[in-house]
Design a protein around this ligand. Structure first.
Ligand code: HSE
Length: 358
């Protein structure tokens, strides 16, 4: 199917792809000026996208820094729903043990799809969605963001990808705000890949941070069988922060950014380890977390903290073999000190691409 903008009404016509990409200015085409409706057609009947897990915060980067990691993620298929412009339905969700709502307005893929259709403009059809959850819910690995990112990328793909990944973060942000909290540090990197600094949510301003240098970089992620819903973990955050803590976390946040740009895994791990504002109030709510952090460093990690809102713990290493030993030590500490079983333990690299078609 050819990508096109279909215009109906007295002054209908076909707009170019360039106009399509500048979606908002399209309103100034002849058809819109004449009061006609401009519809945007899909270019395929079905589109499937995968979006990766993310590690947000990275310690002192609370709500403003995150990165995408290889391995598991969520997959969404978007299918054309003919003759129902703008309508979003969820056909099926797999891998959630029946826990997620099939009502589009209450589900992160539904919300992200609705918002993506709005960003696209006036679609001539609706979309039906299927979600396969590869990430556990409430795990601290950006589960809701991966769903939203995959949905946004799949729906956008149906229409020939007229909206940029940066702009689609807005759709993911709307979804995150509804289900987890107003933060883009998961959905940004899940869509864009790599490290993403969220300079501002309103207006949205994202800064991609390339990992420089040639240091190998691995993340050790250990996910215990325990749920820490982001909404609840945000409810415990302090309202006020001592001036000294603000200075400490700002300094360490600066070190995090420097470490990424310089490609310095050791500095990255040590800065990630040093949050004195959020981690101290959340760690006691995750059984064994304090011992897990100590065990990771004892086994050779450069640093360890809570991934996202938890309960997953993340450590940084620059060698896969060391990573395997660190993972074992962290898992053992979750078992012995937290009395928690382990759902998964992996040693993974950065995912440079983010959401992708499959
Ligand atoms: N910045 C968010 C938080 C990430 O820590 O609450 C949640 O994954």
């Amino acid at each position: 199917m050819q990508q096109q903008i279909r215009a109906s009404g007295p002054a209908g016509g076909i707009a170019s792809h360039a106009q399509y990409r500048c979606r908002r200015p399209v309103v100034s085409t002849r058809a819109a000026v004449a009061g006609g409706k401009v519809y945007i057609d899909p270019v395929k009947k079905e589109c499937t996208a995968f979006a990766p897990a993310t590690v947000a915060n990275l310690g002192p980067g609370f709500d403003w820094l995150g990165c995408a990691v290889e391995g598991e993620g969520d997959t969404v298929t978007a299918r054309v729903l003919p003759d129902q412009p703008g309508k979003v339905v969820i056909d099926k969700i797999e891998g959630d043990n029946g826990r997620l709502s099939l009502n589009a307005a209450d589900n992160c893929i539904g919300i992200a799809a609705i918002e993506t259709l709005k960003l696209i403009g006036q679609p001539s059809c609706g979309v039906a969605l299927t979600l396969h959850k590869g990430l556990p819910l409430g795990s601290g690995m950006g589960s809701s963001a991966a769903s939203a990112a995959a949905a946004a990328w799949a729906v956008n793909g149906l229409f020939g990808s007229p909206v940029s990944k940066d702009e689609l973060v807005l759709a993911g942000l709307a979804s995150e705000a509804a289900v987890s909290g107003y933060h883009a540090d998961n959905v940004g990197p899940s869509l864009l890949g790599g490290f993403v600094l969220v300079r501002s949510c309103d207006p949205l301003e994202l800064v991609r941070l390339p990992f420089g240098g040639s240091d190998p970089l691995y993340f050790v992620l250990v996910n215990p069988l325990f749920e820490a819903p982001t909404k609840q973990m945000r409810a415990v955050l302090p309202r006020d922060v001592p001036f000294k803590s603000m200075i400490h976390n700002s300094t360490q946040g600066g070190a995090l950014v420097a470490a990424i740009l310089q490609g310095n895994a050791r500095l990255l791990g040590s800065a990630l380890d040093s949050d004195c504002i959020v981690e101290p109030v959340r760690a006691p709510l995750i059984p064994g977390m304090i011992a897990v952090k100590a065990a990771a460093k004892e086994a050779g990690a450069y640093g360890c903290t809570i991934s996202g809102a938890g309960p997953t713990a993340v450590a940084v290493v620059s060698d896969a073999g060391v990573g395997a030993r660190v993972a074992d030590a962290m898992a053992a500490a979750f078992r012995s000190e937290g009395k928690l079983e382990i759902n998964s333990k992996v040693v993974v690299r950065l995912d440079p691409e983010g959401a992708k078609f499959v």
